[in-house]
Design a protein around this ligand. Structure first.
Ligand code: PLP
Ligand code: NAG
Length: 548
């Protein structure tokens, strides 16, 4: 109330300064009325923006408290030294491996090396530094295909189009045609309606960013100041990125504990008049589970909001699963209410990295992802997605991968991959000490444990050459099966190693984790998430430095 009185006085004084003489003749009671009204409006406006913030009240309170603590020199000094220790540990990891006597290039060679030397230097770097053995199927996801012939085909086609750029459609009409064909082939895969359309992007993240941007424009047109996206906690971080980039609010919804699908009732509750988009994944990255797309689409229809299906991961598996003998509940444009779908060609489409497709149910929606600068001095500038110039060679290689594989090729790869994943699921479903999250139907199997720190299993498998993904909230590790795991014996070797490592750990389930397993566990328990951000910045800094 004091604040209100103060505001009133300030407003009164200010009013008297600016109002002309005849207005000064107003009765005092009238002035008071104006002043009160103004003060109340000011306070209400402030209250409105305070409550309708992108961050929750609780989050802002936490940020403020941690910020205050960090401003104390003692705390800050301690935190800094702890962060440095963690970073030092992190940089001992494989990514920063060097070899004896290694020279770092930090300046342009004074004179160009020429073809032979450049190629030999690159080859040497690859051989000396090595890495996890993805060729032998030791990595989760990462490299999805296993055919030398496909690889050579892609490189041959790329080399013909290495200099092309779809920004100049007039110069490279073939690239324009290839992009259109890639998009249309994916439209067909997902049973797009008459008006369905899309665009190629540089990857799943950009596809998602573009969709979110399109829905944000619709929100703006409806007069929503901060449009909201309602997405499961399991949805890809690209949605967080989109909201940060495009000034939207992300409302996360809990998962059903058992199925790991998004909780539909919680999703309904999270919808507000500012909601522009509901998200479902097919499947989601952490546990490989497909959300109940039909139920999400029903909400979309009921509340007249868009529904995006993130099929970035599964985009070149799920459309072929029925034909491969693994029928699924509906997940694509056949479900009324689904308005956009993202599918990554650079994952199970077996195209090289740097390509993905975003599909829309209508041209109206696609227009809202476009950018046009009609008045630029450099000419009327129009580009469909984030990039200006784009890699035509990558589009050509993506087109080549799809033409190389064909419907039958993808059905076969899907059959092999899902068969291997199902085999792993069956074999690991009753290993004492671990469990599988939900009932994953596609290619990802996530493991957890009620008996020990599951990151220890990840570390133990790491010692045997396996490179799995580490997940948090809840702690888990997962393997994403690719064609590489379908090669003879790889799936079996994985199952054997998981069983043996788990049995070993179960001898002392309460033992402490070490190394990166410990870092991950600790990172999950830090209440001030801005510290985790700082650690991640440090990691990225180290990645981007030539010298360590
Ligand atoms: C891979 C993936 C994405 C996007 O990732 P990019 O690395 O940008 O291609 C989005 N959603 C899911 C479920 C994914 O697996
Ligand atoms: C997995 O597939 C089966 C068979 O189509 C289906 O009944 C089940 O609902 C699916 N589970 C999930 C989580 O999608």
């Amino acid at each position: 109330m004091d604040a209100l009185m103060l505001a009133k006085d300030v407003v009164l004084v200010e009013l008297v300064k600016v109002i002309p003489d005849d207005v000064k003749n107003l009765e005092e009671s009238e002035v008071r009325l104006i002043a009160y009204t103004t003060a109340v409006v000011l306070v209400l406006t402030w209250l409105w923006s305070f409550l309708n913030h992108k961050k929750s009240l609780w989050q802002r309170l936490k940020d403020f408290s941690f910020g205050f603590l960090r401003s104390l020199p003692i705390v800050n000094g301690y935190v800094k030294s702890e962060l440095d220790k963690i970073l030092t540990d992190l940089t001992k990891e494989d990514a920063f491996r060097t070899h004896k006597g290694e020279v770092f290039t930090t300046r342009l060679p004074a004179s160009g090396l020429g073809r032979k030397q450049v190629v030999s230097r690159a080859t040497e770097m690859d051989e000396l530094l090595g890495g996890a053995d993805w060729k032998k199927g030791r990595c989760s996801g990462t490299v999805y295909f296993n055919s030398e012939e496909l690889s050579e085909t892609l490189c041959e086609v790329y080399s013909k189009f290495a200099w092309s750029n779809p920004l100049h459609a007039d110069v490279f009409p073939s690239i324009r045609k290839m992009e259109g064909e890639v998009v249309q082939m994916v439209v067909e895969m997902f049973h797009g309606p008459e008006n369905a359309c899309g665009a190629m992007t540089s990857g799943g993240t950009e596809s998602i960013l573009m969709a979110c941007r399109a829905y944000r424009q619709i929100g703006y047109e409806r007069g929503i100041a901060v449009p909201e996206i309602v997405a499961p906690f399991s949805a890809h971080a690209a949605f967080d990125k989109a909201c940060e980039y495009f000034h939207m609010k992300l409302v996360h919804v809990a998962l059903d504990e058992q199925s790991r699908q998004v909780d539909i009732r919680a999703m309904r509750k999270a919808i507000t008049s500012s909601t522009v988009l509901l998200v479902g994944s097919a499947p989601q990255f952490p546990h490989g589970v497909i959300d109940d797309i039909e139920a999400i689409a029903a909400l979309g229809r009921q509340y007249s909001v868009g529904v995006h299906v993130d099929a970035c991961l599964g985009g070149f598996l799920i459309p072929f699963m029925e034909e491969a003998g693994f029928p699924l509940p509906l997940f694509d444009f056949r479900v009324t209410g689904v308005t956009s779908i993202s599918a990554d060609t650079h994952k199970y489409g077996f195209a090289p990295k740097g390509s993905s497709v975003i599909l829309y149910a209508s041209h109206d929606l696609r227009h809202r992802q476009y950018f046009v600068a009609p008045d630029w001095q450099g000419g009327i500038y129009a580009s469909p997605s984030i990039a200006g110039s784009r890699a035509g060679g990558i589009i050509a290689a993506c087109w080549a991968a799809m033409m190389f594989m064909g419907q039958d090729g993808y059905v076969t790869s899907t059959k092999k991959i899902v068969t291997t994943a199902r085999y792993m699921k069956e074999s690991l479903s009753d290993v004492p000490g671990i469990f599988i999250y939900g009932d994953p139907n596609v290619s990802v199997i996530a493991l957890g444990s009620n008996d020990f720190d599951i990151y220890r299993l990840g570390a133990a498998l790491g010692k045997r050459g396996w490179n799995l993904n580490t997940l948090q909230f809840p702690a888990s590790i997962h393997i994403c099966c690719t064609l590489r795991h379908t090669d003879g014996g790889v799936g079996e070797a994985f199952v054997t190693d998981v069983k043996e490592c788990t049995a070993e750990i179960m001898k002392s389930p309460r033992a402490k984790s070490t190394g990166s397993a410990a870092i991950y566990g600790m990172a999950q328990s830090i209440p001030d998430r801005s510290l985790v951000k700082e650690i991640a910045w440090g990691f990225l800094d180290t990645c981007l430095n030539a010298k360590h």
